[in-house]
Design a binder for this molecule. Structure first.
Ligand code: PLP
Length: 399
């Protein structure tokens, strides 16, 4: 009997399965809208100029690769704090934020989840319904019971905000609430500032633990605008968690650059929290890798590179917005008469198109257009060349 004889086959990742199906499709007009990455107008993954310039500078002055400190590059952690909280914010000035470099946004979530499990082993975790597919698995694997709060309202093509708020108000004290800070994945629907204010009030009143997942800062309205929700949590005087990802905003997916920040009540508390975050890291992977975080730290810390990054990020944001408007226009031209304004109301890379699973399957089998069965399409994978065919196909399955 072999050691692994009883090992069960794990379920396939649904999105990776879609990619395999896409790659095997021989239709020359095929379009992959199932991905979770930003492609440029030529359908290519961009290498940002600011990244290339930082790498050139690093290559011109190569350094030996020693181990990093457990919490990562100090300049990087500081730059993350500046971006997320504002360099001049009181919490940063008062040393009340513990920030650690993490292996992507996923790594930030995982460090936070492991720390929370030690802090409050009996807590429940609530994620949005629906959410990024890894949220549930990640918190479940960290040992939590994971439930959900209502979010998407299919009838209204928007957010079931009353349902969401009612769920938060019914949650037990200490419940960890995972919130998408901006550019909700998968729906594209974000809360308004007034709705956020009510969420913050509920978190405070019920003594909940907010865990803000910020994987798309700068992809919605702008860096500061997308980070505004953080200021609301700070103003309420709450302790909370923020995971950061630079995968999308720097197009550094494979470098795995992210962070976790924990806002604490005092500098002394922050020192103790940081010591525990370091234990989590030390016992998982010892310390983080050097390259990606060095690039991000150099870009954010060098005024000319930072300005270039902001320009390139705005370029990605505006191109996505242009694709949203162009998609609505092309669908209208193709004869779709229903109100499609929700497409331009949505933020970030994704759109819940309102199409059902049968329609999404027809898009694949008849037109070679690959989106997720939930109706999610990646607007950032549209360009002026593939958009007309996508709109024609969508119109065909909608009528
Ligand atoms: N959180 C959300 C909401 C995401 O959409 C993603 C990536 O798609 C992540 C976290 C993970 O980011 P990373 O690739 O940096 O681990």
């Amino acid at each position: 009997m072999s050691l692994f004889a009883a090992v069960e086959m794990a379920p396939r990742d649904p999105i990776l399965g879609l990619n395999e199906q896409f790659n095997a499709d021989t239709n020359p007009a095929k379009v992959n809208l199932g991905v979770g990455v930003y492609f440029d107008e030529n359908g290519k993954l961009p290498l940002l100029k600011c990244v290339a310039q930082a790498e050139a500078a690093m290559q011109a002055d190569p350094k030996a690769r020693g181990y990093l400190p457990i919490d990562g590059i100090a300049a990087y952690d500081k730059a993350v704090q500046g971006l997320v909280f504002g360099a001049d914010s009181a919490v940063v000035q008062d040393h009340r934020v513990a920030t650690v470099q993490a292996i992507g946004g996923t790594g930030g979530l995982k460090i936070g989840a492991d720390f929370l499990k030690r802090l409050n082993p009996g807590a429940q975790v609530l994620i949005s319904d629906p959410s990024w597919e890894n949220h549930r698995a990640l918190f479940t694997n960290a040992g939590f019971q994971v439930g959900s709060y209502p979010y998407y309202d299919a009838d209204q093509l928007g957010i079931n905000f009353d349902g969401m708020l009612a769920a938060l108000n019914a949650a037990a004290e200490g419940t960890v609430v995972v919130l998408h800070a901006c550019c909700h994945n998968p729906t594209g629907y974000d809360l308004s500032p007034a709705q956020w204010a009510q969420v913050v009030a509920a978190v405070k009143a019920r003594n909940l633990v907010a865990f803000l997942d910020m994987a798309y800062q700068g992809f919605g309205e702008g860096i500061a605008e997308d980070g505004a929700v953080i200021q609301q949590f700070l103003a309420a005087g709450l302790d909370f968690f923020v995971s950061t990802s630079f995968s999308k905003s720097f197009s550094l997916y494979g470098e795995r650059v992210g962070a976790l920040s924990v806002v604490c009540a005092s500098a002394e508390e922050c020192t103790r929290v940081l010591s525990q975050l370091k234990i989590v890291i030390r016992t998982n992977y010892s310390n983080p890798p050097t390259h990606g975080a060095q690039v991000v730290a150099m870009v954010l810390g060098t005024p000319a590179l930072r300005a270039l990054w902001e320009e390139e990020l705005a370029g990605m944001r505006l191109r996505i917005r242009a694709m949203r408007s162009a998609l609505v226009e092309a669908l209208n031209t193709a004869g779709v008469t229903t109100d499609l304004s929700f497409v331009t109301r949505q933020k970030g890379m994704f759109s819940y198109s309102g199409l059902n699973a049968a329609q999404m399957q027809r898009l694949r089998s008849e037109f070679g257009i690959y989106g997720v069965d939930s109706g999610r399409i990646c607007v950032a994978a549209l360009n002026t060349k593939n958009l007309p065919a996508v709109a024609q196909a969508m119109a065909a399955v909608m009528q």
